[in-house]
Design a protein around this ligand. Structure first.
Ligand SMILES: Cc1cc2nc3c(=O)[nH]c(=O)nc-3n(C[C@H](O)[C@H](O)[C@H](O)COP(=O)(O)O)c2cc1C
Length: 200
């Protein structure tokens, strides 16, 4: 009896611990902002990032929604072939890594270690306070060209949000794909297409 009680308490402690690490984001701000033509004029890559200044949770919610959030009941800010929605977004920060759940606007923890070294081969990326991995699922979208097209749409949405909010960014194809996939807990059908550094 006592042993069962101890096991139950341990299970509760473990589940409370994992729940505590998820982040409920504020509702994204979907109106206003810089006019599109101005944001397009300012879109560019940057490769120097502040080691301390980071986006707050409101900015993160806005950025992720712009990147690949729902703007209708079951449709995204990006187009996907046959509406397959094969893209997932992973957020890599010094505290760990999270999977963005666009429906519930929550960051679900997938790793509680600092895995930034795996997020890029360039030094600025390994030290950045925010990297976003754009991941495609082959099971949902077997066509690599279409998968790359969707990832590119996410990439450009991030670029435009950053340009409009005077935040720096660069998308990257250089990262340790196998090690990062393992650290993010990806399955064999999931492929990291790009990792994008974001910050000041
Ligand atoms: C698919 C793709 C992969 C890229 N990979 C890298 C990369 O690994 N490292 C990097 O510093 N920039 C990378 N870039 C950014 C390009 O170098 C950059 O977009 C290009 O030099 C043009 O500069 P701009 O974005 O300021 O117009 C990549 C861009 C794309 C579209």
């Amino acid at each position: 009896m006592r042993r069962n009680m101890l096991i139950l308490l341990a299970v509760i402690a473990i589940s409370l611990n994992s729940c505590a690490s998820d982040i409920v984001l504020p509702q994204p701000q979907k109106t206003g902002g810089m006019p599109l033509m101005e944001a397009l004029s300012k879109r560019k890559s940057t490769r120097e990032f502040d080691a301390e200044k980071r986006l707050n949770n409101q900015q993160l919610a806005d950025l992720l929604w712009a990147a690949c959030g729902f703007n209708r009941e079951d449709k995204l800010t990006i187009p996907t072939a046959l509406n397959k929605q094969e893209v997932s977004i992973y957020v890599i920060v010094p505290e760990g890594a999270y999977l963005y759940d666009a429906k519930s606007n929550v960051l679900n923890v997938v790793n509680t270690k600092d895995i930034r070294e795996l997020a890029g081969k360039q030094e600025f990326a390994q030290k950045a306070l925010l990297n976003i991995a754009i991941v495609s699922d082959k099971e949902k979208m077997p066509n690599d060209l279409y998968a790359g097209t969707s990832a590119g749409a996410v990439m450009q949405n991030i670029y435009l949000w950053c340009a409009a909010n005077e935040v720096g960014t660069v998308t990257r194809g250089s990262f340790d794909e196998d090690a990062l996939a393992e650290a993010l807990g990806l399955n064999e059908n999931q492929r990291i297409i790009l990792v994008q550094t974001v910050g000041y």
